[in-house]
Design a protein around this ligand. Structure first.
Ligand SMILES: [Fe+2]
Length: 401
């Protein structure tokens, strides 16, 4: 049986169908029988932040997410607060220290707000760990059961770039709101009466920034340890502006739910955006999370109304006759995209619409992308130059260029 036949529990709860997921995130069929490390999809993205209580509010009020579970002193966790937020099939867990001696504070002092765990749902935790270990991966948490009145979760974790980890989670015997130690918690935040149900439905990809010269090592890690393969879009060393450069390659799991572009800086005349990230995050880490929406125009309008800031796209981008010729017809007049600063890219399979926020924390590190796919399984290669020039303008304003 191939895994893509099975919707994940999160997708089922979010009323997402297979056809919708094919469009949203490019889900594909594949035969998992020969996969040494079968991955069903995303489980959760765990963040460490300076103030989880306020970040959880931002994720609800600005990003339209819903609070579903909580762990903290009231549930017996004296070390930190953790808020579990959902939007469609996307699950974020936001953690912030309560006690001055919390190890989360060491992490936060070094790196600021960021992603610490890109957790994946797998059907067989032990098999994955056994394979990962045989391939030389660092197992940071051995497979074990955690149980409460809602059932048993089997979990383990392996290390990836920087101190980021991949928890591997089998939820098939667990019915609780997140994990043992967490209690269900409803939001005290009331959405505006005209607000859409949710602003995004699924996580499309998570980009990792790694040090210069190490991208291929991590591509190899995902191939060897996790059985990932290169996506059709395989980007060479042609991503450069006049001033800075980077290289990027994309790996994906069998059903393409989980996609990891990996970036490394390349030598340019000035400091690249990847160098700036590595400096302020003090090493490799997750750079951006792409959230899939089926109506990017409405999503962007709602986000802007709540004060979310995006990278500006110059009018020249939309007026460029080459761009107009390349993208052809899309579902809305190009002026509608221009009004909102939404980028568009087309390849042989279709097109995509995308936009990038400014960094969401205090450091120039992690940010979001919103993406609406129409057949294209790419990552907006045609926009890289326009995007990087916009990033460089921001970098210059910060004095880091
Ligand atoms: Fe992206």
């Amino acid at each position: 049986m191939s895994l893509e036949q099975n919707l994940t529990d999160q997708e089922r709860l979010a009323n997402l169908g297979l056809d919708e997921l094919k469009q949203l995130v490019g889900l594909v069929s594949y035969d998992d029988s020969a996969d040494p490390f079968p991955v069903t999809g995303w489980d959760a993205v765990e963040w460490v932040v300076g103030n989880a209580t306020q970040s959880a509010h931002f994720f609800q009020s600005a990003l339209g997410m819903e609070l579903v579970a909580y762990s903290g002193p009231e549930t017996g966790n004296r070390d930190h607060h953790a808020y579990v937020l959902k939007s469609g099939a996307v699950r974020f867990v936001v953690k912030g220290a309560v006690t001055p001696g919390s190890p989360l504070l060491d992490h936060h002092r070094r790196r600021g707000d960021g992603v610490v765990d890109i957790a994946l749902e797998v059907p067989d935790v032990d098999r994955c760990v056994e394979h990962a270990r045989a391939q030389g991966a660092t197992v940071v948490e051995e497979p074990h059961d955690v149980s409460d009145e809602h059932g048993t979760l089997r979990v383990a974790a392996i290390a990836t770039y920087g101190d980021t980890r991949h928890s591997l989670v089998d939820r098939s015997r667990y019915q609780g709101p997140y994990r043992p130690g967490y209690g269900a918690r409803a939001s005290s935040y009331t959405k505006r009466p005209d607000a859409p149900n949710r602003l995004f439905q699924a996580l499309d990809h998570v980009v990792g920034n790694v040090e210069m010269g190490r991208m291929d090592e991590w591509v190899d890690f995902y191939h060897r340890v996790m059985g990932f393969t290169n996506m059709a879009e395989f980007i060479g060393d042609d991503i450069a502006t006049e001033y800075s450069a980077l290289m990027s390659k994309v790996v994906a799991n069998g059903n393409h739910r989980v996609k990891f572009p990996l970036n490394e800086p390349a030598v340019g005349r000035k400091k690249s955006q990847i160098d700036e990230y590595l400096e302020f995050y003090q090493g490799p880490g997750a750079q951006h999370l792409a959230l899939a929406t089926n109506d990017i125009l409405r999503t962007v309008d709602c986000l802007r109304a709540e004060g979310v800031e995006f990278l500006a796209t110059p009018d020249s981008y939309y007026e460029d006759p080459q761009l107009r010729a390349r993208i052809g017809e899309v579902r809305v007049p190009i002026e509608e995209l221009q009004k909102r600063g939404i980028l568009v890219d087309r390849d042989e399979d279709g097109y995509l619409l995308q936009i990038f926020t400014k960094p969401i924390g205090d450091r120039p590190t992690v940010f979001f992308e919103f993406i609406e796919r129409h057949g294209s399984l790419g990552f907006g290669k045609g926009n890289f130059r326009a995007l990087f020039e916009a990033l460089e303008r921001e970098q210059e304003r910060r004095g880091n260029f």
